[in-house]
Design a binder for this molecule. Structure first.
Ligand code: PBG
Length: 353
């Protein structure tokens, strides 16, 4: 930009007062960024990022029963679904073009124990849902969560000894859980537990059993966050959780450590990595994508969903626009896709155009 002499008068400075002001303020109006924003076609032409249905992974909550759906109080518009209902939603998701679903169970409290044994039960909700969905809608990807929290009486992701979360013993159980899920037909194993070494152990277990094509999406940089609150309601761990998860999930104050976590998970064999939560951690998404250039995902978690949904319910924000804007932010930050409870709604909105 040139500074002097002031490049005025300009033919498009309409009236004398405006011209005088422009001269006085020494505005350099050779550069008018507003030109590219002047109409819808022009904005579309220069748009840097686009949200499409291919960017979506839809997390679904499972519960016992038949033809049964129950609302999650802290997540307006989200339901726990019986396995048959989940299979019906999977069909709808496939029709909408959503590439994949992520499954989370609300385990009957009577089935939860200190060891999370139900995680290894072939008849558990996730196993049954995976089988049924793969039978009926094989074209949709199934992502299964590997962690013990929906199955333990104490609500932690790992096994405990006193107040301590055991790492290596937990990893052995997680590898067995992953193997079971793969046998049921899971396409992507997503360890969300944040134990050390679990990606490598899971990869080894899968390969040993011949599941070379089962992918691993590592919750690589998962923070100890307040934004998981509504999820814990949905899977029924908020009341039972003893203490917090700060000895295994990351400190929200750290960014560089996230790069170490991602580097290790990739080295151990992760095919895709995830940052979680989403919006408050866009800087991490950007750094991860920028540093490694691998398939990078964000989880727009339950608390983020709840904030938008609750404000929209009260008429305080335009819910649909906030939803789209928040998801576009992940694309801008370099993410290849997002796990979001808004998935079916976004897919429908995108279809409407
Ligand atoms: C637990 C798990 C959590 C979420 C996904 N897997 C919660 C936690 O770590 O306590 C959170 C998802 C959300 O909040 O939407 N393994």
């Amino acid at each position: 930009m040139s500074s002097s002499p002031t490049p005025f008068p300009r033919p498009n400075a309409r009236d004398a007062a405006a011209l005088e002001y422009a001269v006085e303020a020494r505005l350099d109006l050779r550069h008018r960024l507003r030109r590219n924003r002047k109409s819808d076609w022009a904005r579309r032409l220069v748009r840097e990022n686009t949200l499409t249905v291919d960017d979506l992974i839809w997390p679904i909550f499972l519960v016992e029963g038949r033809a049964h759906r129950e609302p999650v109080a802290s997540m307006p518009g989200v339901f726990r679904l019986s396995v048959d209902e989940a299979a019906a939603e999977a069909e709808r998701a496939a029709e909408l073009g959503i590439p994949a679903l992520a499954l989370f169970p609300f385990t009957d409290p009577a089935l939860r124990d200190a060891h999370g044994s139900e995680a290894l039960n072939e008849g558990n909700l996730v196993c049954r849902a995976t089988k049924l969905i793969k039978e009926r809608t094989p074209q949709i990807g199934i992502v299964t969560d590997v962690a013990l929290d929906p199955y333990t009486s104490h609500g932690h992701d790992g096994l405990m000894e006193g107040e301590r979360i055991l790492n290596d013993e937990t990893v052995a159980t997680l590898a067995a859980q992953a193997l079971l899920q793969a046998r049921m037909g899971a396409d992507v194993i997503a360890p969300s537990d944040m134990m050390d070494g679990r990606v490598g152990a899971i990869r080894l277990a899968l390969d040993d059993a011949g599941f070379h094509d089962v992918q691993i999406m590592a919750y690589a940089a998962k923070y100890a966050s307040a934004f998981y609150g509504p999820f814990r309601d949905a899977v029924g761990t908020s009341k039972t959780l003893v203490g917090d998860k700060r000895t295994y999930q990351m400190d929200p104050a750290n960014a560089r450590e996230a790069l170490r976590e991602v580097a290790l998970d990739l080295e151990e064999g992760a095919d895709m990595v995830m940052v979680k939560p989403g919006l408050a951690y866009l800087d991490i998404c950007w750094r991860v994508k920028d540093t490694f250039g691998v398939p990078t995902f964000a989880y727009q978690v339950s608390g983020e969903y709840a904030m938008i949904a609750a404000a929209a319910e009260r008429g305080w924000i335009d819910g649909e626009r906030a939803m789209t804007e928040s998801l576009l932010a992940f694309k801008r930050a370099g993410c290849d896709g997002v796990l979001t409870y808004f998935a079916p709604r976004v897919a429908e909105a995108l279809r409407r155009g």
